[in-house]
Design a protein around this ligand. Structure first.
Ligand SMILES: [Zn+2]
Length: 273
């Protein structure tokens, strides 16, 4: 969101609230959040009741915004500062809210991002790069494939398009193949390195071209520079969080995917409906 829009929205609690209400209800058409009936009526305290099932709710019942009890203006500020890549600690100093409250809010934002990327997932096609990377763990010891304490991540990048990344349980041929089939249209051209797990791709309706790292500069379009660019983009940003737990890591990873795919736009607020 650009600063000008932000300034207009942040002016009063009412303008901020109206913004979120509009995101939650297309054309302000409210319906019962339990039975989805449109036959509802207004009762006291900005609440509504369903004629059919008698359920009482307000504008943000069951929404991500309801996970933390703060004002709409505070939510707007947190989203803006999160968009600008401030850590939860720094955001809490800026908005004068406790660190646990802000952490809960930014984690809700991350969850909204995951939900958004699941909802908006489309098959990728054309020229596709595949690669795996390893995140986290101690720096000492084995590195790269099979390194201890590290989380394997599989990446699929559509050239001139978007990237999809997923935490995987292993980097076996079966795992990587399943994800590729789920994500990439048949008939696409796949570029990978020489890792053996990729050998089965040929049999699944793809054109598969392998990089020869010894000759990488002479191999024309056969490279995975796009994905390598994403790995360093993500790693550089994750360092700031000083070690993310294994449970939380998939959410941070999806945040990186979202940031990368929308790095030229300011559509951050889109995910929060
Ligand atoms: Zn109802």
């Amino acid at each position: 969101m650009d600063i000008k829009t932000f300034e207009t929205l942040i002016r009063t609690e009412n303008t901020a609230r109206r913004f979120f209400v509009k995101l939650c209800w297309k054309k302000y058409r409210r319906f019962c959040s339990r039975c989805r009936s449109y036959e509802i009526y207004r009762i006291a305290g900005k609440r509504f009741r369903c004629k059919r099932c008698k359920f009482t709710f307000h504008d943000f019942t069951g929404r991500w915004i309801n996970r933390v009890q703060i004002s709409c203006r505070q939510w707007l500020w947190i989203i803006k500062l999160f968009e600008l890549e401030l850590s939860a600690r720094k955001i809490s100093q800026q908005v004068a809210l406790s660190y646990p409250t802000v952490l809960k809010a930014v984690n809700a934002i991350r969850m909204a991002i995951v939900a958004y990327s699941v909802d908006s997932a489309e098959l990728l096609g054309g020229e596709i790069e595949l690669d795996e990377a390893y995140f986290g763990g101690r720096r000492k010891g084995k590195r790269g494939r099979g390194a201890a304490n590290k989380v394997p991540v599989f990446g699929i990048l559509e050239r001139d398009g978007i990237v999809r990344v997923e935490v995987v349980k292993d980097v076996s041929a079966q795992t990587l193949l399943d994800l590729t089939i789920k994500t990439v249209r048949r008939g696409s051209i796949l570029y990978t390195d020489k890792f053996r797990s990729y050998d089965a791709l040929m049999c699944c309706g793809y054109r598969h071209l392998k990089i020869d790292h010894h000759k990488r500069f002479s191999s024309g379009k056969v490279y995975i520079n796009g994905l390598e660019g994403f790995w360093s983009y993500a790693k550089e940003r994750l360092i700031k969080h000083h070690g993310v737990s294994k449970e939380k890591f998939p959410f941070y990873l999806k945040e990186m995917e979202f940031r990368y795919n929308n790095r030229n736009d300011t559509i951050f607020y889109l995910v929060f409906s």
